[in-house]
Ligand binder design. Structure first.
Ligand code: 9MR
Length: 573
């Protein structure tokens, strides 16, 4: 019976909650029935019928669904399709994503700059510190009266952005907003999670200790004289594929720079600092002055933004005007209207000063855009919905509109998901498969969970169902058959575009990191050899040259952390 592993059977490689939906998707036409068996395939515990074949609207391939939602026993199982083979083994149990949630949060620890990762915390991925960033030069593009070009500033810590070793404020913004929102949405569950980091055991939850590592770095990125925030701390060029302590740029006297201040960086910074002030206020005793410093930093950033609304970061223009040229990640975004909304909202909620709220138009158009690094408007809606009842009158009058928008957004995400080949919200449209598509899936999941939290009728369970479906997508129920999280699942990225994973001499990549995933245009973007597929939902290659489909990044890990934590918290409610 089903002697061979069949990669045509796509499922969540970690597993399922006993009471939740349990689907596997079989690519191809084979078979009519399926069984659930013990991993040794000696005992069949459940028999079901595969759905009629349906056609994947993107690839035109046929797929069939094995639905074993009715089976609720705990244990480890495989799906067997007579004549085809068996699936990877998976678990059915109540806390089936708990280790994933912990591992994905721990992923941030492995991204820490300027510090050793000792074996006690990092296991076989232990490594010496890279990039002390205590001797960072003010790039000519960032020069000001108080800090002329070449001024040395200290800006240590923070997380490396991705597979590269630079630190970018814009991308830190949404990452921090997502993690702080997780804490605000699920405080009790967040407090219960420990990740074995050096700060574990102090009086802060590990989630907030991890966030603090990047928060302290962000604070150093503000020019104290005027409140403007540097777009990034970077090398002029990307480092080679070497360990962080082996790069030229880790030499404290070789050039790492802070570059031009910009409107999106400064507003994202303001939003993060305002939200952090709320969250860390409860820890005033442990961290005296921190929450106050965050409020002060946020208001100062806002003041700079008001005075400099048109200063957009434009790397090409910067390089034309100043030396040395900087060719690392751009995170350029010419439209700051959403960053204004997010910053104003977080400042308003934290300070309760109506002036921030009145400074912006919360509803410039009827959209509720899915959050991503250049589009943060909906993060403001999440925050207003979260604090709905406790807002001042000006905000309260909009709460109902916001709730409607968020549920309408979730409803439109769900619409048609059941006819999608993998029955997920993710992938309904080929346009989902962009650079970092895994984060699209995770952010869709968060949007669905926001609607779940806002809805009181029993039919709200549909939002939870589809949020979980997108986690299934990330963990293997997808057109490429990968679980996109390093170290979690059976078929996982082994060669992510991640310098430590490439250079450390350890076979397994650093665990808990979310690969950017399927990207229709990846082959053209990174020109890595090895892409075989051309249909949008299959363009992915587990090769370290594939930075457009197989890099990892903090703004992709954060929504994974949120989704996994939130689903665990909600299943256990
Ligand atoms: O995530 C970013 C993606 O949306 C862009 O399309 C891409 C190209 O500009 O850049 C991605 O961000 C990268 C950043 O510029 C540098 N560090 C690695 C990031 C992930 O690939």
């Amino acid at each position: 019976q089903g002697q061979n592993l069949s990669e045509a059977i796509r499922l969540n490689q970690l597993g399922y909650y006993p009471k939740a939906a349990k689907l596997a998707v079989v690519v191809g036409n084979a078979g009519d029935s399926f069984q659930l068996m013990t991993p040794d395939r000696k005992k069949a515990l459940f028999t079901g019928t595969l759905s009629q074949p349906r056609q994947n609207a993107i690839s035109r391939k046929m797929t069939r669904i094995a639905d074993f939602s009715a089976f609720g026993k705990t244990g480890t199982f495989v799906v067997v399709i007579p004549g085809l083979g068996h699936s990877y083994p998976f678990d059915i149990r109540p806390d089936v994503h708990k280790n994933l949630a912990i591992g994905a949060l721990k992923g941030f620890y492995y991204q820490r700059a300027s510090t050793d990762l000792p074996e006690k915390f990092a296991g076989k991925w232990a490594r010496p510190a890279g990039h002390p960033d205590t001797h960072v030069l003010v790039h000519p593009s960032a020069a000001s009266a108080n800090r002329p070009a070449g001024t040395v500033i200290s800006s240590p810590g923070g997380w490396y952005d991705a597979g590269d070793y630079n630190k970018y404020i814009v991308n830190s913004g949404i990452t921090m907003g997502t993690l702080l929102s997780l804490y605000e949405d699920f405080p009790a569950y967040s407090k219960s999670i420990t990740t074995n980091i050096p700060e574990s055991g102090n009086r802060l939850p590990d989630l907030l200790d991890e966030v603090l590592w990047n928060l302290r770095w962000m604070l150093t990125m503000q020019d104290p004289a005027d409140g403007g925030v540097y777009h990034k701390l970077t090398n002029p060029k990307f480092d080679g594929m070497v360990m962080p302590d082996k790069t030229g740029s880790s030499d404290p006297l070789k050039g790492r720079y802070v570059v031009q201040k910009g409107i999106t960086a400064t507003l994202d910074f303001a939003a993060v600092m305002a939200q952090a002030a709320r969250v860390y206020r409860a820890y005033d005793r442990e961290l005296p002055g921190l929450a106050d410093s965050c409020v002060a930093a946020a208001t100062k950033a806002w003041t700079w933004a008001k005075a400099n609304p048109t200063v957009a970061y434009n790397q090409t223009a910067m390089n034309a005007a100043f030396d040395p040229d900087v060719v690392t990640g751009g995170y350029e975004d010419r439209n700051a209207s959403d960053e204004w909304i997010w910053a104003a909202t977080e400042l308003y909620v934290t300070t309760r000063d109506d002036a921030y709220y009145k400074a912006i138009n919360l509803f410039p158009d009827p959209k509720t855009p899915l959050p991503s690094w250049p589009q943060v408007r909906t993060l403001a809606y999440y925050t207003l919905a979260r604090f709905g009842k406790n807002l001042t009158a000006v905000g309260k009058k909009d709460v109902q509109t916001i709730q409607q928008r968020l549920t309408a957004m979730a409803d439109s995400l769900i619409m048609g998901a059941d006819t999608q080949a993998f029955q997920t919200v993710m992938g309904k449209s080929a346009s989902d498969f962009i650079w970092g598509s895994s984060a699209e899936a995770a952010n869709q999941g968060i949007a669905l969970l926001q609607a779940y939290r806002l809805t009181t009728s029993p039919n709200r369970s549909k939002y939870l169902h589809y949020a979980l479906g997108n986690l299934d997508y990330l963990l293997g129920r997808n057109a490429v058959g990968y679980s996109f999280v390093t170290g979690f699942g059976d078929k996982t990225p082994m060669h992510p575009h991640h310098r430590p994973s490439v250079a450390d001499g350890i076979n397994e990549p650093v665990p808990g990191l979310l690969s950017g995933g399927t990207n229709a245009n990846a082959a053209r973007q990174d020109k890595c050899a090895g892409y075989t597929a051309t249909v949008a939902d299959e363009v992915y290659v587990d090769a370290d040259c594939s930075y457009a489909s197989n890099e990892i990044a903090i703004n992709w890990n954060a929504p994974l952390v949120y989704l996994a934590f939130a689903l665990e918290a909600l299943q256990n409610e």
